[in-house]
Design a protein around this ligand. Structure first.
Ligand code: ADP
Length: 229
């Protein structure tokens, strides 16, 4: 798999040489062409990186750093981080829970990041995304709702498959790799949780995941996080 990277970096190297020569000659037309090549090489590099990351996960499993963490804090902090990357959408949180989860904080945050990025990306003509957090039957449920393009019933079944992407011929900005949901569902399943979607085409989607929370009484007796309570 890593052999994929070598020819691409070689192409990149030569491309930079060609660009340096063309700038000396001030050849604007050819420089314009090389800019297009550079953009496509860049796109290819991110596709390969996505592919390598995902196959690495499948081959050796994620490297999970388990600890007990406050799920509400992760949700709030992740929203704050993703909010900084967009000036088109306002992300709001509805609900607050006081619950602890045993697992990998960064990976769970990654799931929420993936869902939020999708929610923003696939709702280009709206300006809000809502994150809901609630507890039911010893599980925390986190939902990300957008008011965007939505997903048809038939595609909802395929959406978590690896490399599944909906073709959107009239919008080039929607390009991605089709790995975000595959990786997210692997992380959620590792935490013994579930991930699912509810959506209406043309109205929007709600991507939800649930993970088990620790029994609050057990948490109080756990020495390692007494400082947190
Ligand atoms: P990517 O977004 O990189 O293509 P994902 O695995 O994150 O990969 O998503 C797979 C496909 O699911 C996307 O190509 C898109 O068609 C669809 N999708 C994901 N999230 C949403 C959303 N919030 N609204 C509409 N479609 C979505």
């Amino acid at each position: 798999m890593h052999e994929l990277k070598t020819p691409v970096s070689t192409i990149n190297g030569y491309l930079q040489l060609v660009q340096a020569h063309l700038s000396k000659r001030d050849d604007k037309k050819l420089l314009g062409y090389t800019d297009n090549i550079a953009e496509q090489v860049h796109r290819l590099t991110s596709l390969i990186n996505g592919l390598l990351n995902s196959s690495k996960i499948r081959a050796v499993g994620f490297d999970y750093q388990e600890k007990i963490f406050d799920i509400n804090e992760v949700v709030t902090a992740t929203i704050k981080d993703v909010q900084k990357t967009t000036n088109t959408h306002k992300i709001s949180q509805e609900g607050i829970v006081v619950r602890y989860v045993k697992g990998d904080r960064e990976r769970i945050s990654q799931v929420l990041i993936n869902l939020l990025i999708n929610a923003i990306r696939y709702s280009p003509n709206t300006n809000k995304v809502i994150v809901r957090i609630a507890v039911k039957d010893n599980k925390v449920i986190i939902s990300v709702e957008d008011f965007g393009i939505g997903i048809s019933k038939i595609n909802q079944k395929k959406i978590f498959e690896r490399f599944f992407r909906l073709k959107n011929p009239d919008d080039e900005t929607f390009y991605g790799v089709g790995l975000g949901l595959d990786i997210s569902s692997q992380i959620v399943h590792h935490h013994k949780g579930k991930i699912w979607v509810e959506s209406t085409e043309g109205k929007g989607s709600s991507f939800n995941f649930s993970i088990p929370v620790l029994n609050p009484r057990k948490v109080i007796h756990n020495q390692s996080i007494q400082g947190l309570l």
